[in-house]
Design a protein around this ligand. Structure first.
Ligand SMILES: [Zn+2]
Length: 343
């Protein structure tokens, strides 16, 4: 991330924040706020878990789901996704192919392999990706013999992937797509469920359009992971504008069960779980802060001293190879790839 990008991003983010919040009482304006009970189990009682840039995240007393309340309503969410802030965000995430391609390709291959292992369709049937971005995964699934379908709300990316995959990629919300019942053999979503305003209705719709025994794949971060437990609200994905839901192995299993799926496997991934990254979270605030906290001189010095050994190549190598495996082994990985089947 260049400093020019960071400056433009932070300026745009502050503009959005000013629109969304009443600065006299630090509360989300009523016309943009949607108040909710636990989006997994419906419980009303919850305890304040994190507060970041005036966005409040609660932990459900009953099922332990971490969720933002109030969250942005549909109008506010759409307005953010069409804002200049989101366009600047996409520059870093999608518009620079060298950033995404290598990592995404290896993820796509291993995720498709996992779907083969647990699915019954063996490369046959209809494969839907929700949030299909530029269509890399669908391209690969198509080569494996699936009939591919995509949903991508970003018009530019939708058109781009249509030119490769054909007209079965739609820029429409899943709940408005009205696919026929029991249409799909595989439903795939990576880096998506945490953004969905009402994840339960969304997964119930997935269940309706899935064939009996169909495979559903969900990739999302684990709010109970090792790094998330240590750095708390400093974690990049604790970002009120885009991420109202924060699942753990317990809560993703619970919501999938409620929606009529049975979890078969949760595979952890932890590329950001290193001692070096954990230390740097305490020295450099994540780019998802609207108001990055001021750090004292002493704290900056301590972080610098703690981080210094990680400039040493062998130590860095050990840290990036061993620490993630330890987190995964203890089921405290930062990311979960969840495979479930329709009951
Ligand atoms: Zn709950």
């Amino acid at each position: 991330m260049s400093s020019d990008w960071l400056n433009r991003w932070n300026r745009a983010l502050r503009e959005q924040h000013k629109l969304l919040f009443d600065y006299s009482n630090k509360r989300m304006k009523d016309k943009f706020a949607h108040y909710t009970d636990c989006p997994v189990c419906g419980e009303k009682e919850a305890k304040l878990h994190y507060e970041k840039d005036w966005f409040k995240f609660f932990k459900c007393h009953n099922c332990s789901m971490v969720y933002m309340n109030p969250r942005m309503n549909v109008a506010a969410t759409h307005s953010f996704y069409n804002s200049s802030a989101n366009a600047i965000y996409n520059e870093s995430k999608f518009d620079n192919p060298s950033v995404t391609s290598d990592f995404d390709n290896s993820e796509n291959i291993s995720n498709l392999d996992a779907i083969y292992r647990y699915g019954k369709s063996g490369g046959k049937g209809r494969f839907l990706e929700i949030g299909s971005a530029t269509g890399h995964l669908l391209e690969r699934a198509k080569k494996h013999g699936y009939d591919v379908y995509g949903i991508e709300l970003n018009k530019k990316m939708c058109l781009q992937s249509r030119s490769v995959l054909g007209d079965t990629v739609y820029d429409i919300d899943l709940l408005d797509a009205h696919f026929p019942a029991e249409m799909f053999n595989v439903i795939y979503m990576r880096d998506l469920i945490q953004h969905i305003p009402d994840p339960k209705s969304f997964l119930l719709e997935c269940n309706r359009i899935a064939k009996p025994g169909a495979t559903i794949f969900i990739g999302t971060h684990n709010i109970e992971g090792l790094i998330q437990r240590i750095v708390k609200e400093k974690y990049t994905a604790v970002f009120g504008f885009m991420e109202p839901n924060h699942f753990s192995p317990v809560t993703i299993r619970k919501i999938l069960e409620i929606a009529g799926f049975e979890v078969k496997d949760i595979h952890f991934r932890s590329i950001d779980v290193t001692l070096g990254t954990i230390i740097s979270y305490f020295g450099t605030p994540s780019f998802t802060y609207v108001f990055p906290p001021e750090l004292g001189k002493l704290r900056r010095l301590v972080v610098k001293l703690l981080y210094a050994p990680f400039f040493c190549q062998p130590l860095r190598y050990l840290d990036t190879h061993i620490t993630p495996s330890i987190a995964n082994w203890f089921k405290l990985g930062s990311w979960m790839n969840v495979i479930a089947v329709k009951k």
